[in-house]
Design a protein around this ligand. Sequence first.
Ligand code: GCU
Length: 513
Amino acid sequence: MMRRLQLLMWTLAVPGMLLGARQLANAQLGSAGEAQATERDHQLMMDQLGIRQLRPGPSGDESAPDHANYDESKANPWPNWPDPLVLNDGRPVTSARMWRHLRRPQIVEDFEREVYGRVPANAPRVAWSVTASETERIGRVPVTASRVIGHVDNSADPAISVDIPMMLVKPAMHRGPMPVLIMFVLGPPAFPAPVPPSPDVVARMNAAMKDALVRQDPSLAEFFRTHPAWQPIATPPFFPPPRRPDDPIQQLVSDGWAVAMIDPNSVQPDNGAGLTRGVIGLTNRGAPRKPDDWGALRAWAWGASRAYDYLATDPDLDAKHIGIEGVSRYGKAALVTLAFDQRFYMGLIGSSGEGGAAPFRRNLGERVENLTGSGEYHWMAGNFLRYGASEARGGAKTAADLPVDSSELIALCAPRLTFISYGSPAKGDALWVDQQGSYMAAVAAGRVFRLLGAKDLGVGDDYQHAQMPPIDSGLLGGELAWRQHDQGHTDVPNVQYFIAWADRWMGRSPPGH
Ligand code: GCU
């Protein structure tokens, strides 16, 4: 039964980037028991921090009385954001060296302690092994698709097992080491284009199956004799159904890239109850978190870093050109990955919103108070809850008390390739994600890119008055890039721009160009 269920889940797996927010939210809901365990864990963290009351976050439902603000004139209650180029002691950061040795570590420390949590020193080792591999065709491109399982060493607590299935897809006719995009997907990543059996093999399978059925239940023989046309397994079509022309995997492999898909949920469950399981639970041996322990976003990013470790050992792949991609909550995780792990060369950060590229200090759409509620707090470090507290030991705090903001998270990615992607509110990339605020944050991060010799968006530094360019007109001239496409809560329409932009920085000419 379990196996069959697993099989079904493999079959149903779809890249997360194609899923809507509702499906993601459903996946997160879990059972009633999980919901209660989440509430208990949330309360436990409030108790640890002496928080008596949290401010409720605004509603995402525009018809609700407590709905989020969407009025730009009220969106900047705290217009001055922390300066990425001033040290904690007030000295200005004037060189790349000062940034690397002094300022960057300060910002990292603040994000780790207050926002996303720390990766513990005892984070386990991951042993990767290929469990299945075949040659498939994606469109016209032959690829080698391999299922690679990352087994997380759970000797610290054998009751908690964590295995990370990864699907690695490489174009078979590649030249030279290939760039790789690690993509966060929802559900165990499936083989992209499983090779079906030939009609001859299907016929043998059907004969064998009928025999087996008759052995199990001899009365079925009569049906098979009187209805010889019916076959348990239908012959698969000779031509597989065409993929969408904008299918990201197809675009990437056609351009000579490899793709590696992992499901964040295999690293760390997407709810508070799960914090005593997954890799976070494993390092705590099933005990609840301490206030500066890592949250799910950091754990997901850790999973991507472990995938990186494996990919960097594959001689077909170019370890210097490995990227990370994700949308929505996985867009946040992609940004966290790129920000903390400097081995990553590039990132496609899709509709990441609050906790991602959107500034905590803005009041538009989702707010800090949504992240500190029991539905999302598990993404963050426990300490982050203090910024949503109205009554607490040490007093109330707001977003304005955070030592850092999202502009500095983007700055941590500098000078590496950072593509901030959003869609159109009219098409369903709701204002909830605060596209405009995220643009301002990207502008504010620009000084750090330039200090490190990279190009930013090229629109100046006045983040407080920066206005997003129109939809479909990207700012793709620098290592820091911005593009808002005309579709919904997805990054698919931006994938072609991402590929062309990254190819240019890598100095590659894709096959056939
Ligand atoms: C909610 C949440 C967002 C998140 C999104 C998603 O809308 O408030 O922060 O990005 O779900 O991941 O689908």
